[in-house]
Design a protein around this ligand. Structure first.
Ligand code: ZN
Length: 466
């Protein structure tokens, strides 16, 4: 079966003769649980990637440009002789890549970009090669084989019974919202390039939904020189590597106002605000386990007080992945109307966590006319929808007027290293305009991903936005 697939692709000798690959992918992205709205019709993002990989000498150059969802990215990665650098062509910075990410192991993932390289891996990994049986895909009969790649990733290849070409491969992963899911990379519109059959269509589906839809242009063994892996970066600023682990910490912003950093997960924060009789948690990032750890911290900070509300800034997966634990804790979810079905389906999903063991339906307190205020004699917390933001149409910030603190997600970040802010992202520019419009006397901006910023830092970073 594998021999047929190999033969359909020019034969084993031809596959083993693949030393250099240049692959250009262009098209649209629809990242799961990261769209601007919680339900279709979705606004897609744009993506372009040019990968040049020299498998013989472990050299790589990867150029990626992406836009949409309130962020523009233009990055280049180059790895030569086990040393790598990441270039941010927007901010004009160069960051060294940690040695462990510049090793030979790093190159294995790129074998999954093209069926030709996957097949060659399968030929070299016969110890773990297994026949899984027959299956239908896009109405055609396929033979399915699986094997384990050197980075321990198991893949299942779907070989078209008629043509011997690979129609897709699958990876199995655990989705924090819905449990075990397949990620499918679909190859189609094969064309002959030299000895090889290469796909023109490259699509990723996650949990059955299209996540990326690209046109692929592959060159096999194009002419290269040492210069092909050099990046022109005159005038770029050299910055320190981003730390690989961020410390768990509880930051006290004011009496009864805390940001719990990196407990829900790496680079994932929750704001905890104590009222006279209860606590409000704003944001439930990470997973159920991560949220359980956050809830333990909140109980240490506010002994004996129930967590009555769990609010969220927006519906993205990394911002609500821990909400099930807050629901299990008995918290009422504060959000906008359109996000209600997302939380309901997430709460109803099969998961092995507290809510799974003791299911209950979530209660809701919805924003009305873009606002919800919680107040007692000790504290006032305003949840304000400042959307539409290019990152998410409905985007809520938490405002503490007495403390002059705003808590927000994905609208502004302080870099984790010494990198400059760079020109403001569309999501940040929109946020800055809204803050000005609202006329809030903000002094500090606390964030879901990263460290709390001062208003001076924010003004400096957004000075070039109007
Ligand atoms: Zn987001």
């Amino acid at each position: 079966m594998l021999d047929r697939a190999v033969a359909a692709n020019g034969g084993a000798e031809a596959l083993r003769a693949v030393d250099v690959v240049r692959l250009r992918l262009t098209g649209e992205t629809y990242p799961r649980l990261q769209m601007t709205t919680p339900a279709p019709p979705f606004e897609g993002g744009k993506f372009e990637e040019i990968l040049l990989v020299d498998l013989e000498n472990n050299r790589l150059r990867l150029e990626q440009k992406a836009g949409g969802f309130g962020f523009d990215a233009d990055n280049t990665v180059a790895i030569v002789d086990g040393e790598g650098s990441a270039y941010d062509n927007r901010a004009k910075t160069v960051t060294p890549i940690p040695a462990e990410q510049a090793t030979q192991q790093q190159f294995i993932q790129y074998h999954r970009r093209l069926p030709n390289l996957l097949l060659r891996q399968a030929l070299d990994r016969t110890n773990s090669l297994r026949y899984l049986g027959e299956d239908q895909f896009e109405g055609r009969r396929h033979e399915v084989v699986s094997f384990v790649m050197p980075d321990t990733q198991q893949v299942a290849l779907y070989i078209d019974s008629n043509t011997g070409l690979i129609s897709k491969y699958e990876l199995i992963f655990v989705d924090s919202l819905t449990g075990e899911e397949a990620s499918e990379i679909i190859f189609g519109d094969y064309q002959k390039v030299g000895n090889y059959q290469v796909p023109r269509r490259w699509q990723n589906r996650v949990a059955g939904e299209v996540n990326a839809d690209y046109v692929a242009q592959a060159e096999i063994n194009p002419a290269i020189t040492d210069d092909s892996f050099r990046v022109a970066a005159a005038g770029y600023m050299q910055v320190k590597p981003v730390p690989t682990t961020l410390e768990e910490k509880v930051e006290k912003l004011a009496e009864s106002v805390y940001v719990i950093h990196n407990v829900a997960g790496q680079n994932q924060n929750t704001l905890a605000v104590g009222f006279a009789d209860y606590v409000v948690a704003v944001e439930a990032p990470g997973s159920s386990d991560g949220a359980d750890a956050v809830i333990r911290r909140i109980k240490e900070l506010f002994p004996g007080k129930p967590i009555r509300y769990g609010a969220m800034t927006h519906h993205h997966g990394d911002h609500i992945g821990g909400m099930r634990s807050f629901i299990a804790e008995g918290a009422t979810v504060i959000t906008t109307d359109a996000n209600r079905p997302v939380i309901e389906s997430m709460a109803g999903a099969k998961q092995n966590d507290r809510l799974g063991r003791d299911p209950r339906k979530p209660g809701f307190l919805l924003l009305e006319n873009g606002k919800r205020v919680l107040q007692d004699g000790t504290c006032r917390l305003e949840l304000i929808d400042i959307g539409p933001n290019p990152h998410a149409r409905e985007m809520v910030i938490a405002w503490l007027p007495a403390e002059k603190v705003v808590f927000q997600g994905d609208l502004f970040f302080v870099p984790n290293n010494d990198a400059p802010f760079g020109s403001p992202q569309p999501s940040t520019a929109s946020f800055a305009r809204k803050l000005k419009e609202l006329g809030l006397p903000v002094e500090r901006i606390a964030v879901v991903h990263g460290d709390t910023a001062t208003i001076e830092q924010f003004k400096g970073a957004t000075a070039t936005a109007d």
